[in-house]
Write a protein that binds this ligand. Structure first.
Ligand SMILES: [Zn+2]
Length: 348
């Protein structure tokens, strides 16, 4: 990793620095993490997600702030606690099983390089603690954070718990301790290690500001809504398969709706009720347009969710998704022609 930040700041200055999190950065973390830890998946299958931040230092009135310009999901934990080679005492059986593969390291290098060419830097990392307290664990997280701070003293570590956002509770560090009720909490905290040379030193919380919302209540309401959409339509590994099946079924349904219209009009003609054809045709056309509008919302979701994929998934999944969306667009673009054909068949 390149270290492009001039760090002549004193430690006091660093601690007063605010981290600015734009809406899209926050939404990327929420979406990528909820994808692998949501109500649709059994709790035993909840996976931690890990990624990095790029950004830059910006000058404010009296001080400098750390502006996070993007969050990149890199990987979800594939650690298998049931593997016979895994010792029960391994802390990763409980938490922090993230471990970069060669492909993940390659993603990191590409993102870092891209950021550098824009005059930005890798400014830290983030990961999820699904169902666990938001903090830096002693065995993995602090060491990882140290490695980022070694390259960039201002680097941050963000920890997000989807459950904390959903239920607005702070989970206790150990089972049995009381749960703390929260209000308007975005589900995460940002940390830095006190001594960037000592992985056993303590960590402290960093002030942040989320931009792009009216207030904290708005932040949480929109993030919880996103979490529900992600749970319903971006859950797990097989998102392409889900979208492929969805679009195919929508194309089939649209075709059978058109066929239904034609059959209905044939029945009317046969029964000598041809005078109702115009009325029926216009009602049926309205229903079809409603069906298309509903599908359009889901298609927009699909396009939006592509930016929440893991970096390594982008080159394989996005072109395949674009291809099926083109199929949908083409089907819809033929709709008027098909409706006109049907109308012409039954006009007198
Ligand atoms: Zn952790």
């Amino acid at each position: 990793m390149r270290n492009g930040i001039n760090c002549s700041n004193t430690i006091v200055k660093i601690q007063t620095m605010t981290v600015i999190i734009p809406k899209e950065v926050y939404f990327t973390i929420v979406a990528a993490c909820v994808r692998f830890a949501n109500k649709k998946r059994p709790k035993d299958d909840w996976k931690e997600v890990s990624g990095i931040f790029t950004g830059k230092i910006i000058n404010n009135k009296n001080e400098k702030d750390l502006y996070v310009s993007a969050a990149y999901p890199i990987m979800h934990d594939t650690f298998n606690p049931d593997d016979e080679n895994v010792d029960d005492s391994d802390p990763r059986t409980v938490i922090d099983g993230y471990e970069y593969s060669d492909e993940d390291h390659a993603s990191f290098a590409l993102i870092d390089e891209e950021a550098f060419s824009r005059g930005e830097f890798t400014v830290g990392w983030w990961h999820s603690h699904p169902g666990f307290k938001v903090m830096l664990s002693g065995f993995g997280d602090r060491k990882t954070t140290i490695s980022y701070q070694a390259h960039n003293p201002l680097a941050i570590a963000l920890v997000f718990n989807p459950d904390r956002l959903r239920r607005q509770v702070e989970l206790p560090q150990k089972a049995g301790d009381p749960i703390k009720q929260l209000r308007d909490d975005p589900g995460f905290k940002i940390f830095r290690m006190q001594d960037p040379n000592d992985r056993y030193s303590n960590f402290y919380e960093i002030e942040y500001r989320i931009e792009g919302f009216d207030d904290n209540e708005h932040v949480v309401r929109m993030a919880q809504k996103l979490a529900i959409d992600i749970t319903n339509f971006f859950s797990g590994d097989n998102v392409f398969e889900i979208y492929d099946k969805f679009i195919n079924s929508r194309i089939n349904e649209l075709n059978s709706l058109l066929q239904g219209v034609e059959e209905y009009l044939q029945t009317l003609t046969r029964k000598g009720e041809a005078h109702r054809i115009n009325e029926v045709l216009s009602n049926q056309t309205r229903d079809i347009r409603k069906f298309i509008a509903e599908t359009f919302i889901r298609v927009e979701n699909i396009r939006e969710f592509m930016s929440y994929l893991e970096y390594k998934e982008r080159s394989t999944i996005i072109p395949k998704v674009e291809k099926i969306l083109v199929e949908w667009d083409e089907t819809v673009s033929q709709l008027n022609t098909k409706l006109t054909e049907i109308a012409n068949k039954f006009s007198f």
